[in-house]
Each structure stands twice: as C-alpha cells, then as structure tokens.
Ligand binder design. Structure first.
Ligand code: ADP
Length: 196
C-alpha cells in the first residue's frame, strides 16, 4: 500500500466542462482542498483513445445499462418504449457508444493530481455520476443538471463535467494512457509544511 499522502489520481474535464468554461473553477476546487496538480494538458481525443479508456468488460457495460434502468424507474420512464429494450447489457452497449461520441466532440483537459487520499478526495469533489443525484457542494451537483433518463431520451451520454479514476490502479493505468511519455512533475506545496 502506498503512502496516502503520495496518492496520485487522474481527472478529466469533459467536453461539456471545457465548453462551459468551467476548467478554472474545477482546478480551483481541487487546489483549494490542498491537492496538487502534477500534470495538465488540453487534448482532442480520438475515438480509439476514448474507446481504450473506458472498460470493455461485460460487467462494466452491464452496470452502465443498469444506471439507465435505475433512473428510468426513478422518473417513471419505460425503457422498452424509449430504447427498444430493457436488457441492461444491450443498453450498456448503446450508452458506451454515446459516451465515445460525447468525449470526442470537443477538447478535454487531463490532469494528474497528487495528495492525501487523492483518489477518494477527487471522487468526493466530483460527486455522484448522475448530476440529478449529486449533492450541492460537489462539482457535478453545483454545475450540472442531467440524468440517464434525460440523456438517453436524446440518445446521448450524461453530461457530468468530469471523469475521475475510481481506484489507484485505474489512476495509474489512465495516467499512462492519457499522458504517455509526458513528464509527471513533483513539487512541495506550501501546505506540505503542515505535515512535516
Ligand atoms: P463515473 O464517471 O462516475 O465513474 P461510470 O464509470 O459509471 O461513472 O460511467 C462513465 C460515464 O458514462 C459517466 O460519467 C457518464 O458520463 C456516462 N454514463 C454512465 N451511465 C450512463 C447512462 N446510463 N446513460 C448515459 N450516460 C451514462
């Protein structure tokens, strides 16, 4: 297990965040809690790059479909009427394609972020995947309004401003995938003095 202070994670400002000019606000929130940005870049991803970023495992795809079915149930929509099926696996495949369409629609800002429990902290700052369920005070809760029910009716992915790695292993994999050979920097924030 690595040192919790040295944990590193990956965050991406998605096309909706970049186009709405929220990159600065998102960076401000990360820095405000004491996390430090160790790599930062604007990129226009290819379909392959996004396709390789999101898992292809059937259980991950199934989970995407289940998120749709859960919000359809919550808001009283009929999946068969809207999407032609209530099979979570089939819906997951549709959602994954919409997600690639969305993620390649404009540039994204990628970041590697280091700090105390960085993975969990950044997920907490991002908030729930569905903006309709994300608490106020989180990035998604404060700046977005969307749900799978709304998005899938328009045959698109949920616009939720950011992607953040779920685990440290995923973060390491994603940093390598997005930054390739670019240098990940390191430096002491003045806050680091507090821990010494
Ligand atoms: P998170 O981004 O919070 O880790 P997931 O990994 O489950 O969430 O999903 C990846 C992305 O796919 C989400 O951030 C969102 O943009 C989109 N998404 C997830 N589920 C759905 C869905 N049911 N319908 C449309 N888009 C979805």
């Amino acid at each position: 297990m690595s040192n919790p202070r040295e944990e590193i994670t990956f965050l991406m400002v998605k096309p909706d965040g970049v186009k709405r000019g929220l990159t600065g606000e998102i960076i401000r929130r990360l820095e405000q809690v004491g996390l430090k940005i160790v790599a930062l870049e604007l990129q226009k991803p290819s379909r392959k790059q996004v396709d390789d970023h999101y898992p292809k495992a059937p259980n991950w795809i199934h989970r995407l479909g289940e998120k749709t079915l859960a919000t359809y149930e919550k808001f009283g929509f009929d999946a068969v009427k809207e999407l032609g099926t209530k099979d979570a696996g089939k819906i997951g495949i549709m959602v994954r394609k919409w997600l690639i369409d969305f993620m390649t629609s404009a540039p994204v800002v990628i970041m590697a972020i280091k700090g105390v429990h960085a993975v969990a902290m950044v997920r907490k700052l991002a908030g729930n995947t569905m903006p309709s369920d994300a608490p106020l005070g989180t990035i998604r809760g404060d700046f977005s309004v969307d749900s799978a029910a709304a998005a899938n009716r328009e045959k698109r992915a949920v616009f939720n401003l950011v992607h953040a790695s779920e685990t440290e292993e995923e973060a390491i994999h994603e940093i390598k995938h997005w930054f390739g050979k670019s240098v990940i920097h390191d430096y002491d924030r003045t806050d680091d003095e507090v821990f010494k």
